[in-house]
Design a binder for this molecule. Structure first.
Ligand code: TXA
Ligand code: MG
Length: 333
């Protein structure tokens, strides 16, 4: 793989991890693999680095970032945990779960990354490369998905380079992400604000979380115009092509995004999971959407996907990808 001058592509050996950690320490931007998607990392405590990160992504500045840490001890220095948060961290960290918690006064995350909120999103990723980077860096790393704002999340280093080559310092290439879908976000903000709340369905299924909590997750109350998880703006996950959801048969001129046994079709076809496995489908979703865009498809017929397990997050992302575009699009990628 080749990158434009300015973006180094690193392997996953110890020397590379140390170089990446040094780069973060100097205020640089490093894209790194997690088990969900690739993240674009910056030193959480360095406001200028965070500002460069927003600029590289073209992200609206009101969108707060997730602080990634190596373990729960580091998370406790940033945020306070109630009983529900403790139970979820014990059950699912390291893993594809982000907790939105009350922030500590000196949490070490730059105000800009918190977007003015009293809460902070924290996550302990399970990917060994992410873990090694966080251990060597020895501090919180804020990391949104490593795509241009409004594009689908990257599940490979090639996706990252398509969106951000020349705009970031480094990318660590560890191949494809196993989960392929962003983390599930749950807010545990204490008694006054209500019970644990699902802010974003993602790579950890709701049913697993509810089993640990012994109760169903609440849905966010939107008290004013401020979205609870601002990244959930309707058209956030956007390929260039138009999507027609729950299609039974593709029409002339469409490409097909299939799930399970596909109808006979001569046009461009990608199958999320020929054996109708929701975990496999989640892992393939974003790379198939990018591949369909790259094929030049103008409209895509998408077969229906069940709503249970990871199907909730898959259907959520498909609905956003199909929504009318509300966010300014950034040039061709
Ligand atoms: O799997 C993931 O979560 C990936 C990897 C790299 O960790 N990261 C990711 O980050 O998806 P991002 O920035 O693309 O999405 C984070 C979401 C955004 O929708 C943001 O609005 C929300 O988390 N968020 C962050 N802090 C929040 C807070 N304090 N309250 C509510 N939502 C928050
Ligand atoms: Mg994102």
């Amino acid at each position: 793989m080749t990158a434009e001058p300015g973006t180094r592509v690193l392997k996953t050996d110890r020397q590379s991890i140390e170089a990446a950690a040094r780069c973060l320490g100097q205020g640089g931007l490093v894209a790194f693999p997690t088990e969900t998607v690739y993240g674009l990392g910056a030193d959480a405590g360095n406001g200028e680095a965070v500002a460069r990160l927003y600029a590289a992504k073209g992200r609206p500045a009101f969108n707060p970032l997730i602080a990634h840490v190596a373990d729960i001890a580091a998370a406790r220095r940033i945020a306070t945990f109630d009983a529900a948060a403790e139970a979820l961290a014990a059950a699912f960290w390291p893993g594809p779960l982000t907790l939105v918690l009350p922030r500590r006064a000196n949490c070490g995350v730059a105000d800009l990354a918190l977007a003015g909120l009293d809460s902070v999103a924290v996550r302990v990723p399970a990917h060994p490369v992410a873990h090694a980077l966080l251990e060597v860096f020895n501090g919180p790393v804020v990391a949104p998905s490593a795509n241009r704002s409004g594009h689908v999340s990257p599940t490979s280093a090639a996706h990252v380079l398509n969106d951000l080559r020349g705009r970031i310092d480094m990318v660590i290439d560890a191949g494809a992400c196993a989960v392929g879908m962003e983390s599930t976000i749950v807010a545990c903000l204490g008694k006054n604000l209500g019970e644990p709340t699902l802010l974003r369905p993602g790579g950890l299924a709701r049913e697993q979380i509810e089993r640990v909590l012994g109760r169903v997750l609440a849905v966010p109350l939107v008290a004013d115009e401020t979205p609870l998880a601002p990244g959930m703006l309707a058209s956030h996950y956007a390929p260039k092509a138009k999507l027609r959801l729950n299609a039974q048969t593709p029409r002339d001129g469409e490409a097909l995004l299939a799930f399970g046994p596909a109808p006979a079709f001569a046009g461009t076809t990608f199958n999320l999971s020929p054996r109708a496995d929701l975990i496999e489908a989640a892992a393939n979703l974003f790379s198939h959407l990018r591949a369909l865009d790259a094929s030049g498809a103008k409209s895509i017929a998408v077969m229906s996907v069940p709503h249970d397990g990871l199907g909730e997050a898959i259907n959520d992302r498909l609905a956003r990808a199909a929504a009318p575009r509300t966010i300014e699009r950034h040039g061709a990628r």
